[in-house]
Design a protein around this ligand. Structure first.
Ligand SMILES: C[S@@+](CC[C@H](N)C(=O)[O-])C[C@H]1O[C@@H](n2cnc3c(N)ncnc32)[C@H](O)[C@@H]1O
Length: 210
């Protein structure tokens, strides 16, 4: 969380209580050090998927399926990419247990390769949350998959606030910060997008395809 701790605790506490499955997934993420979306970011994904009526979503970075679960619970069918076989298998198992196996297409594949195989303009929502050094390449690919009016979401654009303060912290080095600042500058300057940046969770950029 990049907000004042009391504010962060308050807004997190306003999220619905997780069901047993989501609680189990989050606990596994914590235990095994798997980076998954903040609780409020999960809530944002779910609400935006539902509010936009997104039927088809594409995601870079499945991990164990927490963000995928939120998007699917928001009503979208989610195509998601992950390169770690254990995480991919765990996500498949959790989504099956959630009763959402038919709402997801979980691919054990490099996102750059997999995105190139999908239908241009065929998606209502894109979520980028994969390797940070892949963000620039994945941005162009995911935007190309969105229909006009489609919604792009990008996680970690503030990197615990370090992107704004330029002070390296935790896993975020000076190189990470510089790369993310350059990425966000590119994102906001794209003429085919109207982007806005929010301090939700670890910083989420939202953009609509023109
Ligand atoms: C931040 S985690 C994703 C978290 C997930 N979106 C969530 O919130 O539940 C990023 C994931 O991207 C995966 N990854 C790394 N390189 C990748 C690539 N080239 N293609 C697809 N996924 C990749 C990592 O293994 C990692 O599990």
């Amino acid at each position: 969380m990049i907000l004042d701790p009391a504010v962060a605790e308050y807004v997190t506490g306003l999220e619905p209580e997780p069901d047993d499955l989501l609680a189990e997934m989050r606990a596994r993420g914590d235990r095994e050090g798997i980076p998954i979306v903040h609780h409020v970011t999960g809530g944002l994904l779910e609400v935006l998927a539902a509010a936009t009526g997104a039927l088809r979503a594409v995601e870079v970075g499945t991990a164990i399926g927490v963000s995928t679960l939120h998007l699917a619970r928001g009503g979208a069918h989610v195509t998601s990419f992950e390169v770690d076989p254990e995480r991919h298998a765990a996500a498949s198992d959790y989504l099956r247990r959630a009763g959402l196996a038919d709402r997801v297409d979980l691919r054990l594949q490099d996102a750059g390769e997999g995105l190139a195989e999908l239908e241009t303009g065929g998606f209502d929502l894109g979520f980028i949350d994969g390797p940070k050094d892949g963000y620039p390449g994945h941005l162009g690919q995911v935007v190309a998959l969105l229909r006009p009016g489609g919604l792009l979401l990008v996680d970690n654009v503030l990197m615990s606030g370090a992107v704004a303060t330029r002070q390296p912290t935790g896993p975020w080095s000076a190189e990470h910060i510089a790369a993310m600042r350059e990425f966000s500058e590119r994102l906001r300057q794209r003429e085919d997008l109207r982007a806005t940046f929010t301090p939700v969770g670890d910083g989420v950029a939202l953009a609509v395809r023109q």
